[in-house]
Write a protein that binds this ligand. Structure first.
Ligand code: GDP
Length: 307
């Protein structure tokens, strides 16, 4: 999608092969009877679309099929695709940074792929000609700042970091000052990602959010929650916690390439109402795709390189 990075379609391979690409097989048996609809439901649930969202989708397609007298599998598949697309709907616009300092707060549990995703966002902004600065506001985990520095070196950018255990609010304060002083266009803030059940973590995120707001009223411009696609439905409960603490306005779905649970985007969009903005398509710095609902849904059913 962006020079060198892995393509979205490629990262959907597992989900496509295990689930969505098989829908056609369910429908080729002839009659659209109960068992076909049951099988479709089962397949969508296994792909992590989520029970509620699946039931709604299948009911909608089923009534459409009855009302219009669908006879061919293609008609059912097309109806399903258009329903899937409407679930994702407008819930996916990536905000345009434009002129001036753009602040991105990145939250998520440890291991979700947060640090890698920060580097990918940095690279994405650099490729747009923006000057990027990183802030290591995860002061709880000693290795966090070091890990961020490794990526920063690759990006050829700086990290604002304090000693482990210091006040993350102070890191953010300094980072904003530095960003302004150095004419930075995009400041990306890493935050602690200890277990989401910890009350302290949520308090800390709220505080970081307040510190940012106090210095720059319109910031953070993006609060991105990194979710590991391979955790499937667990990602939803994590998202609920983070949503309560900070105003999450976008999801970065990491590790999509390593899972067949790509149906999770529909559960995120319909049950959490948080737009999916970015997708992680591999371990490399350029393995990021901006979320495009049409391309995503099409990629679930057919690889553009398939014949
Ligand atoms: P953090 O603890 O949340 O900061 O997670 P890291 O950024 O350290 O990532 C954890 C692991 O996930 C590392 O091995 C990364 O290479 C890997 N990872 C992160 N994003 C992706 C992705 O989009 N695809 C794949 N395949 N691996 C990823």
């Amino acid at each position: 999608m962006f020079g060198g990075g892995k393509e979205l379609e490629e990262s959907l391979t597992r989900t496509r092969r295990s689930f969505f690409g098989r829908i056609g097989e369910l429908l080729t048996g002839g009659e659209l009877d109960d068992s076909v609809w049951d099988d479709l439901e089962e397949l969508l649930i296994k792909a992590d679309v989520g029970v509620n969202t699946t039931v709604e989708l299948v009911q909608a397609v089923r009534s459409q099929a009855a009302a219009r007298g669908f006879t061919s599998p293609t008609q059912v598949e097309e109806a399903l695709q258009s329903r899937l697309l409407s679930v994702l709907g407008a819930a996916s616009d990536v905000p345009d940074p434009g002129e001036g300092l753009w602040v991105i707060l990145v939250v998520g549990v440890n291991g979700s792929g947060k640090t890698t995703s920060i580097a990918k966002l940095g690279s994405l902004h650099q490729r747009r000609g923006r000057k990027v600065l990183l802030a290591a506001a995860d002061t709880f985990r000693a290795a966090a700042a070091d890990q961020l520095k490794v990526w920063a070196t690759r990006l050829g950018t700086d990290v604002v970091a304090h000693q482990p255990g210091s006040d993350p609010g102070a890191v953010v304060y300094d980072a904003l000052e530095a960003a302004r002083a150095r004419g930075v266009d995009t400041l990306i803030v890493d935050t602690a990602g200890r277990l989401h059940t910890q009350y302290n973590l949520m308090q800390e995120l709220r505080k970081i959010h307040r510190v940012v707001k106090k210095q720059m009223e319109e910031a953070p411009h993006e609060t991105v929650l990194v979710l590991d696609a391979s955790t499937g439905q667990n990602a939803l409960s994590q998202a609920e916690y983070f949503k309560e603490a900070v105003d999450v306005n976008g999801v970065f779905l990491a590790k999509l390439d390593g899972t067949a649970k790509g149906g999770i985007v529909f559960a995120i969009a319909s049950e959490l109402n948080i737009p999916i903005r970015y997708v992680g398509t591999g371990e490399g710095i350029d393995d990021i795709a901006e979320f495009d609902p049409e391309r995503y849904v099409a990629g679930l059913f057919k690889d553009s390189s398939d014949n």
